[in-house]
Design a binder for this molecule. Structure first.
Ligand SMILES: [Zn+2]
Ligand SMILES: [Zn+2]
Ligand SMILES: [Zn+2]
Length: 412
């Protein structure tokens, strides 16, 4: 299926490692400089990158690694170059040294700012990482993937950053979202092994604390921030945690979708958490859609959503919804669309997912327009008409017909 996240991951796995790029980019030779064999008269020598630091040079479609606390703490900052140590061209070496000092000052200023968080936490092994769209603080001692590969803290932080960048691209491409229509293009995700650390960092960085995941986003003056406690009873595997990040980041991405140019001067549309409050079916439906898109399961119910222990039938949402449609026992669409996310029942969570699933299949790119129209307080019936040329009534019957065919367990 063309919408599959797995297929996107396959492409992203082909990452390019850029090594030794800075080489001959410095200025011209001056009087007093002699030919230098060590640096080929550039002032700079290339360093080989050890396997431990290949993460730092990773880049993907539209993203790269910008800063990593572990790399910066190294004497050579895990850079792939240094000023020539015994240079016969002193002016070139001085230029290289000045550039190195600049990089040092910039990276260490970043690290100092990030390390301020450590004072609030008991953990002393927090890895801080920044990529193009994400800033992570990560202290999980290890992650074991389904392929039985174990990642220690530093590599695990890079793994999750890579996954989120890949997801970011997937989300935007699928829905037709572009960076200029987001009020924030940087999302902070902090995860802690100890509840106490998450509870202490939450108020300072997200203006709130939670015993699960605290979220802050969409307000003009606020960063998009998630502060998580890694509850191993809830996220029993790497997949569970990965899926939880996808669900949570989806909420962040819809929340920051706001471009002042959409509005007349003086207007700015609904304020956060508008999507959860007024369009719970879209808010929860999309977050679940991207979970199921990942590996067929949905397991996150955010702190303000329904009780996580309450369930409606088994884990196969397709089958549950199909059976209900066949039995003509489905919740009313006009009623559920006015229900805020936090008031949706476990059964309704599965139907809002399915309604979004149907609309995504009809035209996924229209979803960005739907979110924009929601931000502009457009009634759902008009959103359906403008985005998918359907009325409320025909939507319900067309959806049910589609479910009968597409979710039929015999179809696989
Ligand atoms: Zn690193
Ligand atoms: Zn030299
Ligand atoms: Zn949610």
């Amino acid at each position: 299926m063309s919408l599959s996240f797995r297929s996107v991951l396959g492409v992203a796995a082909v990452v390019a490692f850029m090594v030794g790029s800075l080489g001959a980019s410095l200025g011209a030779q001056e009087a007093g400089d002699q030919l230098c064999g060590t640096c080929k008269t550039t002032g700079v020598v290339d360093l080989e990158i050890g396997s431990k630091w290949l993460n730092e040079y990773e880049r993907g479609d539209g993203w790269e690694v910008l800063y990593c606390s572990e790399a910066i703490a190294e004497q050579d900052m895990a850079l792939d170059w240094m000023p020539c140590p015994r240079c016969k061209a002193p002016s070139l070496r001085d230029q290289a040294q000045a550039r190195w000092d600049e990089v040092y000052a910039e990276k260490h200023a970043w690290l100092k700012e990030r390390r301020r968080m450590d004072k609030l936490a008991t953990a002393n092994d927090i890895v801080h990482l920044e990529t193009t769209h994400f800033v992570l603080a990560f202290d999980l001692s290890k992650i074991k993937t389904s392929k039985k590969k174990t990642y220690r803290t530093h590599d695990a932080a890079h793994l999750y950053a890579r996954r989120m960048e890949t997801f970011y691209r997937h989300y935007q491409d699928l829905l037709g979202v572009v960076d200029k229509d987001n009020m924030r293009n940087k999302h902070h995700i902090y995860i802690f092994e100890k509840l106490r650390d998450a509870m202490n960092v939450g108020p300072a960085y997200a203006n709130m604390s939670s015993n699960t995941t605290a979220r802050r986003s969409g307000g003009v003056e606020h960063n998009s921030t998630l502060v998580m406690y890694y509850n191993k009873n809830v996220h029993t595997s790497d997949e569970d945690l990965y899926r939880h990040w996808i669900h949570s980041v989806t909420h962040q991405l819809t929340s920051v979708y706001y471009n002042p140019n959409w509005f007349e001067v003086g207007q700015k549309g609904l304020t956060p958490p508008w999507l959860a409050d007024k369009y719970g079916w879209l808010d929860a439906g999309l977050a679940h859609w991207f979970e199921i898109d990942l590996d067929g399961q949905a397991s996150t119910h955010c702190s303000q959503e329904q009780d996580t222990t309450a369930r409606w039938k088994g884990g196969d949402w397709r089958k549950n919804v199909w059976k209900a449609v066949m039995a003509e026992d489905v919740p009313s669409f006009p009623r559920v669309i006015s229900t805020p996310t936090q008031a949706l029942s476990p059964q309704e969570h599965q139907f809002v997912w399915s309604w979004v699933d149907y609309l995504m299949t009809r035209d996924a790119k229209k979803m960005s327009l739907a979110i924009k129209l929601a931000k502009m307080e457009t009634p759902t019936r008009e959103i359906l008409k403008k985005c998918w040329s359907t009325s409320m009534l025909s939507f319900e019957s067309a959806w049910a017909e589609w479910v009968r065919v597409e979710y039929n367990p015999k179809k696989k």
